[in-house]
Ligand binder design. Structure first.
Ligand SMILES: Nc1ncnc2c1ncn2[C@@H]1O[C@H](COP(=O)(O)OP(=O)(O)OP(=O)(O)O)[C@@H](O)[C@H]1O
Ligand SMILES: [Mg+2]
Length: 208
């Protein structure tokens, strides 16, 4: 039987550099002849992208925290079923731009939903398909604001939340990293992109 692929994940607050780092990582892996399947959350399948639009549209001001939680979980279950599990079974590497840790940080810490309910839902959606390792990019909330301003882009429904929401989300990620030292690395996302990239690459090379 062929070897199961490696599942890695990048996490962190909005604007912390996840997508930029995934680009750098994919380029470097490509140079070494290593292919990988890239996914983003929420999204990555027809059904999940439709759910993504529902969740993030600033029009949906009435969405309850529980609805939000269930929609994220549904999008994730579909992504695992359609993309992640088949890719890993074929021995491919999967690189995720956010995963269930985002739900724990945003809906758990940010929205103050009951942590045991969140964990239970994550278990339902994810089963035993958790990433082997997760890199969390840590930035102060002000840095997210500055980067969003620099990019001059419209903020989605989550990004329109207030300062204290993001302070809680950041704390959530820091708590997760502290509680999972063997499968998470907390990185300073304010360092230069190439410095962060090297830190990620050094660890990835020990995992593949
Ligand atoms: N280490 C860094 N130092 C300075 N700026 C950075 C760094 N990493 C990324 N940026 C810039 O910050 C902005 C957000 O980066 P990026 O889109 O990679 O973040 P993200 O975590 O994917 O955000 P989102 O959650 O909104 O998708 C971009 O303008 C990017 O060029
Ligand atoms: Mg991104």
């Amino acid at each position: 039987m062929s070897k199961k692929g490696v599942f890695l994940c990048l996490e962190g607050m909005d604007g912390s550099g996840k997508s930029s780092q995934l680009n750098l990582l994919l380029e470097e892996l490509g140079r070494r002849g290593i292919g990988a399947v890239r996914i983003r959350e929420p999204g990555g399948t027809d059904i999940s992208e439709k759910i993504r639009n529902l969740i993030l549209s600033p029009v949906h001001t009435k969405m309850s925290p529980k609805t939000e939680l269930l929609l994220y979980s549904a999008a994730r279950a579909q992504l695992l079923h359609e993309v992640v599990e088949p890719a890993l079974a074929e021995g491919k590497m999967v690189l995720a731009d956010r995963f269930a840790w985002s739900t724990i940080a945003y809906q758990g810490y940010g929205r103050n939903l009951d942590q045991s309910m969140i964990r239970a839902l994550c278990e339902i959606a994810v089963g035993d398909c958790w990433p082997a390792h997760t890199f969390i990019l840590d930035i102060p909330v002000e840095v997210f604001r500055q980067r969003a301003e620099k990019d001059a882009r419209e903020l989605d429904r989550m990004e329109q939340e207030k300062q204290d929401f993001f302070e809680r989300v950041r704390l959530g990620y820091q708590d997760l990293a502290a509680a999972n030292p063997h499968r998470m690395t907390l990185l300073d996302g304010t360092k230069s992109p190439m410095v962060v990239h090297k830190e990620i690459m050094d660890k990835v090379l020990t995992l593949i």
